[in-house]
Design a protein around this ligand. Structure first.
Ligand code: BGC
Length: 734
């Protein structure tokens, strides 16, 4: 292949260049003299390489590939290293299959529990989503396979996803919905970004120059290629101008003709076409893979899929050490999901699994199974119920497999409920009545309401655990593996507790992000609204003690250190979470936000001292007026927790990051704010104008609170003239 540069591009015919910026077909880029075509393939949790009939929704078959756990579960591992290894395995598989770019991971924020694609996304928190995605992308790309990080951006709903507008304020967009993309772009340098279907504040993403060029390239320094989601382009010329390089899957010759005509008619600057054509060629040059498909070790990948699931599965509840199960227990396994597990999501991420091991396949010798309910119905089947109750009565312990049937959640549409089907909850209540030793194992892509949770001693969340679901589930139930997963999203008591409940999917054309920054735990925690299981929650078969918090400021950076001790009887891993609460900035702010986490492995009795540096950004908020990440000097709280609601260590600090709050006085600055955030210049101005004494008198009077709450321009109410105020402002801002 020839080395590609602008000169090479200019040597191609106009039609050849036009062919490059549109997909050759469903999965390939175009081939031009001197450059090969390249294959793109889904997806986040395994390869969906289609040999024949192509589709974007996982309907038709794809090659045999290992199905890894969905992102909802991998994120629950809170393990950067696990995600890096997942990426490497996917990269190895993709390389062997001659795939140039892998379409995924999806890093959109889980804003509503109803969003159809939540299983495919990491978290409601941008730091966690960004860290997981960064590790994943580094892993894949270390195997010389490129990644397309998707879906850029604010694609948080499936219904009307091609047209609906995500309406959001700038600060929320930057802090919650773009931050994880920003991290992955800056730290992992993905080959490509996939632009999503939706609009943002009325502008279609594929035509959004601010998003695709100003933010992505000019601000974040992205140098790769931007491709469209499949069918996301409405006006290809407008899209190219905005910064989209590759339309997928393209519309064959018609797409080529359209671009040629636009150039010939002067509607599209040839330089723009050349720039995008070059980016396509560079992508193929860097990531294109040639030659025959080769083999790779799928059994090894299956073992890794099991390990990854082991690391993510969350032990939600375990009263009186119901778990782990012991070998001598007479065990009943109930629920069709044990036999026909939900182990992956539906849609473009659907994998033709290499080797599915169901919980029934992997259950311990001696355990007995009853189907209990039908997945295809939500009505009770009396015979199945009777057989399940009979078995439960004869057993010491019952493991009940429950979850969302496949028809309930998928890419392409949103859910309408987060309740388990009625036949499952009814059976659960009956089982509980005959045998209180009931463990519920959940299989679901996203948040489940659990009004029955208080009735059962143990609950295990396995999400969609991939093809090793059976082995991994029993690893946890039997204690072969000590659970260490933590929820990457909050589980509210009921759907209506969620802040998006009144607005989600209410308007066909608009999705209004009225809750602003208060997404997920940021809302529940700030509002002191209890949830069923909080963000970051997950139990272990051992216990951990946190101690010795120390916060040090030196050389312009802040180091947090603390000691973690395994105080139980077995080895285990703990995800220690570091949250920061901003108490200084005069803006809306959540009570606390996750700013770092670390997964630590400890033998019984062992202690480790954890030391982490928090970067300036951990204290910053996005100031939309000045278009900067602003970090203010002043008070912050540092929280170390085992979940957002289980804070073990806490310290207030006065942190000087270099930006004093409220540096400029205006006639609308309030007296109280000016006094609270006095810079040396303000202090001097107050002295020089003689207002320091006057204000001190006023602010020491009985009416202090009233005067603190008036702006400078109204100080005439306190006998201070407009001229004095103007002089103060002039001097303070000089
Ligand atoms: C999905 C993408 C996927 C593409 C190709 C689209 O429908 O939104 O995530 O990569 O199809 O299958």
């Amino acid at each position: 292949m020839t080395k590609v540069d602008l000169k090479f591009v200019e040597g191609l015919t106009l039609a050849e260049r036009a062919s490059l910026v549109t997909g050759h077909d469903f999965w390939f880029t175009a081939e031009v003299p001197g450059s090969k075509k390249m294959m793109l393939t889904d997806g986040p949790s395994g390869l969906r390489k289609q040999a024949d009939d192509a589709d974007a929704l996982g309907l038709n078959d794809s090659v045999d590939a290992v199905c890894f756990p969905c992102s909802a579960l991998t994120a629950a591992s809170f393990d950067d290293d696990g995600l890096l290894k997942l990426g490497q395995h996917l990269g190895i598989a993709a390389k062997a299959e001659r795939i140039g770019v892998l379409l995924g991971p999806g890093v959109n924020i889980k804003r509503s529990p109803l969003a159809g694609r939540n299983f495919e996304y990491f978290s409601e928190d941008p730091l966690l989503a960004g860290r997981m995605a960064t590790a994943y992308v580094k892993g894949v790309q270390s195997e010389d396979v490129g990644v397309s990080v998707k879906h850029f951006a604010l694609n948080n709903r499936e219904n009307q996803r091609f047209t609906s507008s995500s309406n959001v304020d700038e600060r929320t967009m930057r802090e919650i919905y773009l931050a994880q993309f920003e991290r992955v772009v800056k730290q992992a340098h993905p080959a490509t970004i996939m632009c999503s279907y939706n609009k943002i504040n009325g502008t279609l993403n594929s035509q959004n120059q601010r998003l695709l060029t100003r933010i992505l390239r000019d601000e974040w320094g992205f140098t790769g290629l931007v491709m469209s989601d499949w069918g996301a382009v409405a006006d290809h010329v407008a899209a190219l101008k905005a910064g989209l390089d590759l339309e997928m899957p393209g519309n064959g010759q018609a797409s080529v003709d359209e671009i040629v005509q636009a150039v010939n008619e002067g509607r599209l600057d040839e330089a723009i076409l050349n720039r995008s054509a070059l980016r396509v060629l560079k992508m193929v040059e860097r990531w294109g893979s040639e030659g025959e498909v080769s083999d790779y070790d799928k059994e090894e990948q299956h073992r890794f899929a099991r390990q990854l699931a082991d690391d993510g599965i969350v032990l939600l509840k375990n009263d009186d050490q119901e778990l782990p199960l012991t070998n001598d227990t007479k065990l009943a396994v109930i629920g069709e999901l044990a036999e026909h597990p939900r182990y992956q999501g539906a849609g473009s991420s659907h994998v033709n699994a290499h080797h599915l091991v169901s919980p029934l396949d992997a259950m311990p010798a001696g355990a007995r199974y009853a189907q209990g309910y039908e997945l295809t119905s939500d009505q009770e089947d009396e015979q199945l119920t009777a057989a399940a109750l009979d078995l439960a009565k004869q057993s010491d312990q019952v493991v009940f497999f429950a979850g969302f049937p496949a028809a309930m959640e998928s890419e392409g549409f949103d859910k309408t409920s987060i309740d388990l089907p009625a036949n499952q909850t009814e059976l659960l209540a009956k089982l509980r009545a005959v045998n209180p030793h009931l463990t519920v194992v959940l299989q679901n892509g996203s948040v489940v309401a659990m009004p029955w949770a208080d009735q059962v001693p143990a609950i295990v969340e396995t999400y969609l655990a991939g093809e090793a679901v059976g082995e991994a589930t029993w690893d946890i139930l039997l204690g072969r593996v000590n659970p260490s997963g933590k929820l990457s999203e909050s589980f509210p008591f009921k759907l209506s507790d969620n802040p998006t409940y009144p607005t989600f999917d209410q308007d066909k054309n608009n999705e209004n992000y009225r809750e602003g920054l208060l997404v997920g735990y940021r809302y529940y925690d700030s509002k002191h609204l209890p949830v069923r299981f909080p963000f970051g929650h997950g139990l272990s078969y051992t216990s951990f003690q946190y101690s010795d918090l120390a916060v040090k400021q030196a050389d312009g950076q802040l180091t947090v250190s603390f000691k973690l001790t395994n105080t139980g009887q077995v080895a285990g891993k703990e995800v220690a979470q570091i949250y920061v609460g901003n108490r200084v900035s005069m803006i809306e702010k959540p009570a606390k936000e996750l700013r770092d986490f670390v997964k630590v492995e400890l033998e019984p009795g062992q202690s480790k001292t954890i030391s982490r540096v928090l970067p300036r950004r951990a204290f910053a908020w996005y100031n939309p007026e000045q278009e900067v990440w602003q970090a203010d000097n002043g008070e912050y709280e540092i929280f170390i927790g085992s979940s957002v609601a289980d804070i073990r260590l806490h310290q207030r600090i006065d942190y000087q990051l270099g930006t004093p709050v409220q540096v400029r006085l205006t006639s609308e600055t309030y007296v109280g704010d000016m006094m609270k955030h006095q810079t040396p210049t303000i202090k001097r101005a107050l002295q020089e104008t003689g207002l320091a004494d006057k204000l001190a008198t006023i602010l020491n009077s009985d009416n202090a609170a009233i005067f603190a709450n008036i702006p400078l321009r109204s100080l005439v109410m306190a006998g201070i003239s407009p001229e004095e105020v103007q002089q103060l402002i002039r001097l303070a801002n000089a």
